[in-house]
Design a protein around this ligand. Structure first.
Ligand SMILES: C[S@@+](CC[C@H](N)C(=O)[O-])C[C@H]1O[C@@H](n2cnc3c(N)ncnc32)[C@H](O)[C@@H]1O
Length: 276
């Protein structure tokens, strides 16, 4: 079968099965190739002939749906992804949160990276905090909870060793102070790991039980999940935000309507503070 036809069959298959997993096709338009490759591998493993037989297999083996859901997971990430977002965090949002926390006498700044992949996003926060902001706010206890559903991603996050392509976009000084090159990989310096607690959690089922000054939920819920699910998860995220706290979404994402959060910059939404 020609590659184009194979691709068309897989697209049709995905359009059919994604809603059953509460996922939406539009999120997969650009990245379906890698999912199709995984599904073809799975079909071979099961010694099945094609997508049609895999579809029948799914009907007879309900447990296969959870394997298929894992195959549909997109785990692409990189340090300092969407440079402007991290510049705004460094220059405006984190200083504002740190100052507010100092004024309240709390001396803690709590962040949650939801869908943290292999640690690229939470470690970027830790690097920015430690190297650029901590000297101004030495009293602040900066903490990041980083959650993901994929155990293999969390394992890579714990190992904290990356190819150059993952760290390429970081500013030069952060790259040199943050990593050491050995055994073919860029190893994050241990100091920066101390800020992060990694946790396995499915955002469709549960959320860390605390309040956060900053939540990053980028390139996950508002790209891949069905609209109904987006609204439901958004209300949980808003609940988890501390008053005055910020939610950051992906550069190509939009929040469903009726959030109660105020858009303060592209990708940045704020929960009203108690004083407002
Ligand atoms: C495309 S990556 C985005 C990583 C990072 N937030 C970024 O923007 O670079 C999406 C991540 O969400 C995780 N993920 C997918 N479904 C999830 C779920 N239901 N609960 C928690 N994490 C999930 C994937 O394993 C993956 O690591």
């Amino acid at each position: 079968m020609g590659n184009n036809l194979k691709d068309l069959h897989c697209i049709e298959f995905l359009q059919n099965i994604l809603p059953r997993l509460s996922l939406r096709w539009s999120g997969y338009r650009k990245v379906h190739g890698q999912v199709c490759k995984r599904i073809r591998r799975r079909i071979q493993e099961l010694h099945l002939a094609d997508l049609a037989s895999y579809h029948s297999y799914l009907k007879k083996h309900p447990a296969e749906w959870s394997i298929l859901k894992d195959l549909c997971r997109i785990t692409i990430s990189r340090f300092y992804r969407d440079r402007v977002v991290f510049q705004i965090l460094e220059k405006q949002i984190l200083p504002l949160l740190a100052e507010t926390s100092e004024k309240r006498g709390e001396k803690a700044l709590r962040c949650w990276s939801a869908g943290c992949a292999s640690g690229e996003e939470p470690y970027t926060l830790a690097l920015l905090w430690d190297l650029r902001l901590k000297p101004q706010y030495p009293q602040i206890n900066f903490q990041v909870i980083a959650t993901d559903v994929a155990p293999e991603c969390l394992k890579r996050a714990e190992e904290a060793c990356y190819p150059f392509s993952s760290i390429r976009e970081l500013p030069e000084d952060i790259k040199t102070q943050g990593f050491c090159l050995r055994a073919g990989g860029y190893h994050l310096q241990p100091t920066f790991r101390t800020y992060i607690s990694f946790l396995r959690e499915d955002i469709q089922d549960s959320h860390p039980n605390s309040h956060y000054d900053l939540i990053l939920c980028r390139n996950l819920v508002f790209t891949y999940f069905e609209e109904d699910f987006q609204a439901k998860i958004l209300s949980h995220l808003a609940e988890r935000l501390a008053p005055g706290g910020f939610l950051v979404i992906g550069a190509h994402e939009k929040l469903p309507p009726g959030t109660g959060l105020k858009e303060v910059a592209n990708c940045f939404y704020q929960k009203c503070s108690l004083r407002n």
